[in-house]
Design a binder for this molecule. Structure first.
Ligand SMILES: N[C@@H](CCC(=O)N[C@@H](CS)C(=O)NCC(=O)O)C(=O)O
Length: 234
C-alpha cells in the first residue's frame, strides 16, 4: 500500500499542500509538528528537512520505499506532475503554472509573512513594518491585475492558485482592507467554494487547535526562538 504523510502546522504553506491532496483525491495522514516548542529542530525532523521547517511530504511506496520532499513549492510541483493534474497541460502551460507558483514562493510567502511579523509580533520596528507593507500592496496589485486578465493565475485552476489561496486567506485576517479588490475577491470566493478546499479547511481544524495549545504551552524563550528573535541551539 502506498500513501502520504504530511508533517505540518496550521500555516498557509501547509494548507496549500492539504488543498492539493484533497483536490487530487489522495488519502493522507496529517502529523502535527509542534514548531512553537522546537520539534522541527529535533534530529528526526531535520533528517526530513535539514532547514527545520514544515511542510514535509513523505510518500510510502508499494515496496515500502519512502520518498520525502520539503519546500511547499517543490511539493506542489511534484504532486501536479505525479498525478498529472493541475500542473498545466502543454510545455508552455506547465511553465506558466511554475511561473506563478514561483511568484508565490519567492514573493508572497516571504513578504506576506514579514508584513504580518512586523505588524503583529513587534511594535518596535516601523522600518520593517513600512517596508513589507509597501511590498505587500505592490504584490496585491500584481495579483489583481493578473486576475482581471484571467480567471486563475495560470489561466486554468492550478497548483499555483492552491499555493496562493491560503496566503490570501491568512492576510485577510490581518489586513482585510487591502484585499477588497474585485478580481481578487472573485478568485478567492471561487476557490473557497470548491468542495476540496472546504474539505481541506475542515481537515486543518484539528491542527489549528493543536497549534493554539502548543503556543499557549510554549515558554517565552521558545516563542522568541520561533519568531526568530533568538537562535535555536545547534
Ligand atoms: N519556503 C518554505 C517555508 C516554510 C516555512 O516557513 N515554514 C514555517 C511554518 S509556515 C515553519 O516551519 N516555521 C518554523 C521554523 O522556522 O522554525 C516552504 O514554503 O515550505
Amino acid at each position: 500500500m502506498s500513501g502520504y504523510t504530511l508533517y505540518g502546522m496550521g500555516s498557509p504553506n501547509v494548507v496549500k499542500v492539504v488543498v492539493a491532496l484533497e483536490e487530487l483525491g489522495q488519502a493522507y495522514d496529517l502529523v502535527h509538528v509542534n514548531v512553537f516548542q522546537g520539534e522541527q529542530r529535533e534530529p528526526w525532523f531535520l533528517a526530513l528537512n535539514p532547514n527545520g521547517k514544515v511542510p514535509v511530504l513523505v510518500e510510502t511506496r508499494a515496496d515500502g520505499e519512502q520518498f520525502s520532499l520539503f519546500e511547499s513549492g517543490a511539493i506542489m510541483d511534484w504532486l501536479a506532475s505525479r498525478h498529472g493534474a493541475f500542473g498545466g497541460g502543454s510545455e508552455d502551460g506547465r511553465a506558466t503554472v511554475r511561473q506563478w507558483l514561483l511568484f508565490q514562493m519567492a514573493n508572497c510567502g516571504p513578504v506576506f509573512g514579514n508584513a504580518i511579523h512586523f505588524s503583529f509580533a513587534t511594535k518596535e520596528c516601523p522600518y520593517g513594518q513600512n517596508r513589507f507593507q509597501i511590498e505587500l500592496r505592490k504584490l496585491v496589485r500584481v495579483i489583481e491585475q493578473r486576475l482581471t486578465q484571467a480567471d486563475y493565475l495560470a489561466g486554468e485552476y492550478s497548483v499555483a492558485d492552491m499555493a496562493l489561496w491560503p496566503w490570501i486567506r491568512t492576510l485577510e485576517m490581518f489586513f482585510a482592507d487591502d484585499l477588497k479588490t474585485p478580481a481578487l475577491r472573485r478568485w478567492f470566493a471561487a476557490i473557497e467554494a470548491r468542495p476540496a478546499v472546504v474539505a481541506a479547511v475542515a481537515r486543518m481544524d484539528a491542527i489549528g487547535k493543536l497549534d493554539r495549545q502548543a503556543r499557549r504551552e510554549a515558554s517565552e524563550e521558545q516563542l522568541d526562538r520561533y519568531f526568530g528573535r533568538l537562535a535555536w541551539p545547534d
